[in-house]
Ligand binder design. Structure first.
Ligand SMILES: Nc1nc2c(ncn2[C@@H]2O[C@H](COP(=O)(O)OP(=O)(O)O)[C@@H](O)[C@H]2O)c(=O)[nH]1
Ligand SMILES: [Mg+2]
Length: 249
């Protein structure tokens, strides 16, 4: 069956795992068939039980014991080992034969986006692919933080070469005024006027010229808010629709 792979990508603690769980619940409620895949060998206390789980192949603890490395080394090795197991994971996914595959990625985004493993995973799993890219609200609520996260998203687009949907996670932690302020930064003039001078403005020009300044979709996994907007954005990318504004890449 032709399906869509949806990767959840973002900085450590931005809420990837919880958003995947909330989106999966939303799909369940709407009777939309899907499968959940955990690619984070270090995941603990997860809010969903993955149908397919890298931890059945190895965990960070296994790696520390087997290779005599500490937690940081284990994370890096874990990311590289992911590439070695991905063919088996692909077979597992294909067995389910469902229209949506939700994929949770390693805690630290650079392990997935900057090392080869992310590229390998996206290529091997194939199908139509999209990334839901999380903007951490604590980082994104200042203009320079917002530009920095946009820059990180740009590096993820460069590496993975798939469309990215920017979402502002954990919106329940922000006030309405704060959300509106962040949304107003999709207008380059507004963002520019609120930025400091110097290097911030140089970086601003780069992300603007490359078309990366977008209004992130506000979501809250805790409140189950914004799931329909995420779903609609995915639909827009793969099944057309006139409003292509949110689509990056
Ligand atoms: N208030 C609030 N907290 C959240 C939300 N989503 C995640 N969190 C919390 O943020 C922390 C990191 O979430 P997690 O999904 O593990 O992030 P990940 O490292 O990107 O996978 C956890 O303590 C979650 O309980 C949300 O929508 N609202
Ligand atoms: Mg996680």
């Amino acid at each position: 069956m032709k399906g869509i792979n949806v990767y959840f990508i973002g900085t450590a603690g931005s809420g990837k795992t919880h958003l995947l769980a909330a989106f999966s619940e939303w799909l369940d409620f709407h009777k939309i068939d899907h499968v959940t895949v955990n690619l984070d060998p270090g995941s603990e206390d997860m809010p969903y039980s993955p149908d397919i789980d890298i931890r059945e192949y190895f965990t960070l603890n296994d790696i520390m014991l087997r290779y005599g490395v500490g937690p940081n080394g284990a994370q890096i090795l874990g990311a590289d080992l992911l590439g070695a197991e991905i063919d088996e994971i692909k077979d597992e996914i294909e067995y389910y034969d469902v229209p949506y595959v939700l994929i949770d990625t390693p805690g630290q985004m650079e392990l997935f986006t900057l090392r080869r493993s992310g590229e390998i995973v996206v290529n091997v799993l194939g199908k139509d692919s999209v990334a839901v890219f999380l903007f951490d609200p604590v980082i994104s609520k200042t203009p320079d933080g917002f530009v920095s996260v946009t820059f990180l998203m740009a590096s993820s687009v460069f590496r993975l070469k798939i469309p990215h949907i920017p979402v502002l996670s954990k919106c329940d932690l922000l006030g309405t005024r704060e959300i509106e302020r962040i949304e107003s930064w999709s207008d380059p003039d507004v963002l520019y006027s609120e930025l400091g001078s110097g290097v911030e403005r140089e970086v601003f020009h780069v992300v603007r010229e490359a078309g990366f300044l977008q209004k992130p979709v506000p979501v809250s996994a805790k409140k189950g808010y914004g799931m329909e907007d995420v779903y609609d954005s995915i639909q827009e990318i793969f099944y057309g629709g006139e409003d292509m504004d949110r689509i990056l890449y």
